[in-house]
Design a protein around this ligand. Structure first.
Ligand code: MN
Length: 264
């Protein structure tokens, strides 16, 4: 390409970039009319009793939200404020009730852990949401697994590096269908348990959460502007542990259908 023509191409590309950003109220987001060189998939979660799907915007996870689990992870639950991390949206693995989904053992780990968790899904958001208003943002609940490459998480933690590789990998977020809060209410108590090959491994009650779902939303909204499509994994109780290929996990929360996966 002749030099003057090449310069023109570069200049028009730069002008397009500036224009795209300037024309957008929210940088990074664009309307449906934008032309792209390829398409990228979106992530959805099934909604029980509906032909609609829930579009996922962000996955937030709360760490160490049950006192006994905080202690088993080596921290003092009485002093630690809630902390959060994220998984990529496409880490979701939808699991239909009554089915046993194949869940691939991930790469790089020799200590792959389950964490059963209550998941809250938002249909509105905001900043600095008061705890007493927070449940008004919750659209639905599901049962989920925060699958964890524990050896990598620990190694990174020991080196004061980000947990990403231990928590935020492909298919690290199996989840059942969403159940509308308007139908089943909000979860403040009830049994939460997990079995591996029929043997109980985790067995606790949702009322043992240090920070309730309402408090989690309130705290999160001080750090991030929450929005419709955000989901929150609300932390796991004690007795997390490893699985290997061939193991079958069944998880339960009172009021939701069980979630089951087989490690392959
Ligand atoms: Mn977790």
């Amino acid at each position: 390409m002749p030099q003057n023509k090449r310069r023109a191409v570069i200049q028009s590309a730069a002008a397009m970039t500036v224009g795209a950003v300037a024309g957008c109220a929210t940088p990074g987001l664009a309307g449906n009319s934008v032309k792209t060189p390829f398409t990228v998939g979106s992530t959805f979660i099934a909604i029980a009793g509906s032909d609609e799907m829930f579009p996922v915007r962000r996955i937030y996870c709360i760490g160490r939200n049950y006192a006994a689990h905080a202690r088993e992870m080596g921290s003092d639950p009485s002093r630690e404020p809630p902390f959060f991390f994220q998984k990529p949206t496409d880490a979701i693995q939808n699991v239909a009730p009554g089915s046993v989904a194949d869940h691939p053992y991930p790469t790089l780990t020799k200590n792959y852990h389950y964490e059963v968790e209550l998941v809250a899904a938002l249909y509105r958001g905001g900043r600095n949401i008061a705890p007493e208003k927070a449940l008004e943002s919750v659209y639905a609940y599901a049962i989920g697994l925060d699958m964890t490459r524990r050896d990598l998480q620990r190694a990174m933690g020991d080196q004061k590096k980000p947990w990403e590789i231990g928590k935020s990998f492909d298919r690290s977020a199996p989840i059942g269908p969403l159940h509308l809060a308007s139908r089943i209410g909000h979860f403040t108590q009830g049994s939460i348990w997990l079995k591996v090959n029929g043997e109980t491994r985790q067995d606790a009650n949702l009322n043992q959460m240090i920070w309730s779902v309402a408090e989690q939303i309130s705290q999160l909204s001080q750090a991030f502007e929450l929005a419709a499509g955000d989901i929150i994994y609300s932390g796991t109780p004690e007795n997390v542990g490893p699985v290997v290929k061939g193991d079958q996990i069944v998880c339960h929360i009172d009021g939701l259908p069980d979630l089951s996966v087989k490690i392959t």
